[in-house]
Design a protein around this ligand. Structure first.
Ligand code: CP
Ligand code: NVA
Length: 311
């Protein structure tokens, strides 16, 4: 990969070959990391981690990942920085570029992340916005490859909202040859304008199906996310009502292939979008997904933050 300043804001910012390179490095490094045998390829490098929303996986996996490469991290909330309120994204990007070697940001507005990236001399990584969650889906693809050998030709059924996670799956479908089905109430599809944008830049095998049972038939992967994402709390009661027939339970899993994987980005609202019986079943790989956030993000930062060392 060209190591000149490159951001990781959206899966479609990368070619299939580049995405495969990230996956390949993460697979190479994973066993080494587990045995504490990783080379510290990025000594002294600092990752600034900005969080405007809560996190367990993203925060800890990024902070651990940079340490495993020999670097360190800073955890920054909006109380310290005030991007867009205390200070313009341009000035924040310019100043942070003088102190740290990369920025990971979790916030609400994708445009603000883009503005920060455009005004930074260092790589900016999207750790989730209202629009997208690209690192999640890269870790999920790694998980599918580990369990199924390849993602090619699989039927992946996303049961739930046309949200940041499902949009990122759509972006992945524009780069990898698998079938993506989203099943949701009609008011919660991926918006047509976003679908058109993705189609300009790829040819995703994508279908929206309103009926969850029809959608789940023959699936290789059943994927769920919360019905109410961070920032949508005021809509919770309405969403609980509209999505109630979209719960992933034993009846729905039976419609998928016998060995279908159950996946969820977590955090899960057990008893809402998924039952305990499914998330705790032998088909569930949710903790593998959580672990793979660490391995995929370590590969992303290793490739994006310049180093003279061999990866
Ligand atoms: N899946 C995920 O991004 O988890 P966190 O919100 O805990 O970071
Ligand atoms: N769609 C969820 C994903 C959490 C990782 C949210 O945005 O809250």
């Amino acid at each position: 990969m060209n190591l000149s300043k490159k951001d990781f804001l959206c899966i479609r910012d990368f070619s299939t070959e580049e995405l495969k390179e990230i996956l390949s490095l993460s697979r190479k490094q994973k066993p080494l990391a587990r045995e504490f045998k990783l080379e510290p390829t990025h000594p002294g490098r600092v990752l600034g981690c900005i969080f405007h929303k809560a996190s367990l996986r993203t925060r800890i996996s990024f902070e651990v990942a940079i340490r495993q490469l020999g670097g360190s991290s800073l955890y920054l909330t909006d109380k310290e920085i005030g991007i867009g309120s205390r200070e313009a994204p341009k000035d924040v990007g310019e100043v942070l570029s003088r102190y740290v070697d990369a920025i990971m940001i979790r916030t609400f507005d994708q445009k603000m992340v883009q503005e920060l990236a455009e005004n930074s001399k260092i790589p900016v990584i999207n750790g989730l916005t209202d629009l997208l969650h690209p690192c999640q889906i890269m870790g999920d693809i790694l998980t599918i490859i580990e369990h199924r050998g390849s993602i090619e030709g699989l039927k992946i059924v996303f049961i739930g909202d046309g949200n940041n996670v499902s949009r990122s799956w759509l972006n992945a479908a524009a780069r990898f040859p698998f079938k993506l089905v989203l099943t949701s109430p009609s008011g919660y599809k991926i918006d047509d304008s976003y679908l058109e944008e993705v189609k300009k830049d790829g040819d995703p095998d994508y279908e929206w199906i309103e009926d969850p049972s029809e959608a789940a038939r023959g699936a290789d992967v059943i994927y769920a996310d919360v019905w109410t994402s961070m920032g949508q709390e005021a809509e919770k009661a309405e969403r609980l009502n509209k999505f109630k027939s979209y719960q992933v339970n034993d009846r729905l899993m039976k419609l998928a292939k016998n060995d279908a994987l159950f996946m969820h980005c977590l955090p899960a609202h057990r008893g809402e979008e998924v039952t305990d019986s499914v998330i705790d079943s032998a088909n569930s790989v949710v903790y593998d997904e959580a672990e793979n956030r660490l391995h995929i993000q370590r590969a992303i930062i290793a490739l994006l933050i310049p180093t003279d060392r061999k990866l």
